[in-house]
Design a protein around this ligand. Structure first.
Ligand SMILES: Nc1nc2c(c(=O)[nH]1)N[C@H]1C(S)=C(S)[C@@H](COP(=O)(O)O)O[C@H]1N2
Ligand SMILES: [Mo]
Length: 407
């Protein structure tokens, strides 16, 4: 039924029809896709051919869930989210610098990468980076921005120095409340020195052990598209706070006011609104997104898998919960009527995703949907359908569903 409606919608004028359909179908959403969308455009050589290109100017590339099966995401399977153009020309790791400034540092200092490496202790953490707009395509009416399905998330191992060690070295004033970053990417308009994105986090998050200034991912130099040669990495929060091609960090005496910190950027309404409702984009109406909500993925099997009857199918995937740990993951094969508890591993370190698995015997042949649901350490769980609509299309942590056929 829903499938028919979608085909019908495609051929019709979307906007008029949506107005009619939404009130009658509150849970209108996509059924799991049996076939993956063919990627449009050409992929640069460095990318896995199965990644989905959402746009090429700037590059926005998504990873289908079955390619996120590795416990540690390999770089060639990491989603790419760029707001501007990747820095051009030769980047010299020997001359690249990081400046720490802003009104709330005692002294402004500039470090070469070599100096950072020599002066401060090195740490490696596996960190979950999820785009705030991951899952945006699930919202009706559609919101502007990249129409991510579920694959704008990665969990690789980042190596660098702690931001808190650098901040201790420059010295913080008592009024320090926030940090912001500046990167060296190029604005789409190619206006020189125009900031592409400059976001930040409260000082408390910035000073966590896991907040890194990183020069390596999975033991190697960071690939250019992921921020070579230096990037800020902050797990558990919208990945937009993890500034790539890092040039400067400012310590602020107020909430950072860089590009994409205002309006509805990475913000959601304070009071729930009706889907599609227009709301004045003032700080009184919108609150900034902090930790990402609890979420999970089925990474094996791939949706559309055809399994022989009588065979045990061991499903697996990952779950993560912003600043918290995941305490439980469950699967349902009957549309949420009953749930089975999965085996759940501890995270490699704080802010890393956790692996789950469950061996299932399907008692009969036919078409099944498998749903996965995670619960965080505070008892907060995932919605089964699309959560609160918001103008930016952020924070869709609805249960991931795949289709399986038992034959
Ligand atoms: N300098 C810079 N940093 C950036 C961005 C950007 O466009 N420019 N995009 C941000 C956003 S919105 C996301 S989701 C993550 C994506 O990181 P990735 O491309 O390495 O997966 O980088 C963040 N850091
Ligand atoms: Mo993002």
């Amino acid at each position: 039924m829903i499938q028919d409606r979608r085909d019908f919608l495609k051929k019709s004028t979307y906007s008029t029809l949506l107005g009619l359909i939404i009130p009658n179908v509150p849970f209108a959403q996509k059924t799991p896709q049996i076939l993956l969308k063919p990627a449009e455009g050409t992929l640069p050589d460095w990318k896995n051919k199965e990644l989905i290109i959402l746009s090429d100017k700037p590059w926005n590339v998504e990873t289908p869930p079955h390619l996120l099966d590795d416990k540690v995401t390999p770089v060639e399977k990491m989603f790419i989210r760029n707001n501007g153009l990747i820095p051009e020309g030769n980047i010299d790791i020997n001359t690249w610098t990081l400046t720490i400034g802003g009104e709330s540092v005692k002294t402004t200092k500039t470090f070469k990468i070599k100096e950072l490496k020599e002066k401060f202790k090195h740490y490696t953490y596996q960190l979950t980076l999820e785009c705030g707009g991951n899952g945006r395509s699930g919202y009706f009416p559609q919101t502007s921005g990249n129409q991510w399905e579920q694959g704008a998330v990665s969990c690789a191992e980042w190596t660098g120095v702690r931001l808190k060690d650098i901040l201790a070295d420059v010295g913080l004033k008592d009024d320090a409340v926030y940090i912001g970053y500046y990167g060296k990417d190029i604005h789409l308009s190619r206006t020189p020195n125009k900031s592409v994105i400059s976001r930040g986090v409260p000082i408390k998050k910035a000073l966590e052990d896991e907040t890194l200034i990183a020069w390596a991912v999975n033991g190697k130099d960071i690939p250019l598209e992921h921020g070579f040669p230096l990037r800020l990495v902050i797990g558990g929060w919208p990945a937009s706070v993890s500034g790539k091609w890092l040039d400067k960090i400012v310590v602020r005496n107020k909430e950072h006011d860089g590009e994409k910190m205002s309006g509805h950027s990475y913000r959601v309404p304070i009071h729930p609104i009706e889907p599609g409702e227009k709301l004045a984009e003032t700080p009184e109406n919108f609150k900034i997104i902090g930790a990402m909500p609890v979420k999970s993925l089925i990474t094996y099997p791939k949706t559309g898998a055809v399994i022989d009857a009588g065979k045990t199918l061991t499903l697996r995937g990952h779950a993560w919960a912003g600043d918290l740990e995941v305490k439980e993951v469950s699967l349902s094969i009957d549309y949420g009527v009953t749930w089975k508890k999965c085996n759940l591993e501890a995270p490699k370190n704080r802010l890393a995703w956790q692996h789950w698995s469950l061996a299932l015997d399907f008692s009969q042949k036919g078409y099944f949907e498998v749903w996965v649901k995670a619960t965080d350490s505070k008892g907060i769980t995932q919605p089964m359908v699309i959560p609160q609509w918001n103008p930016g299309g952020y924070l869709n942590n609805a249960c991931h569903r795949i289709a399986v056929k038992i034959v």
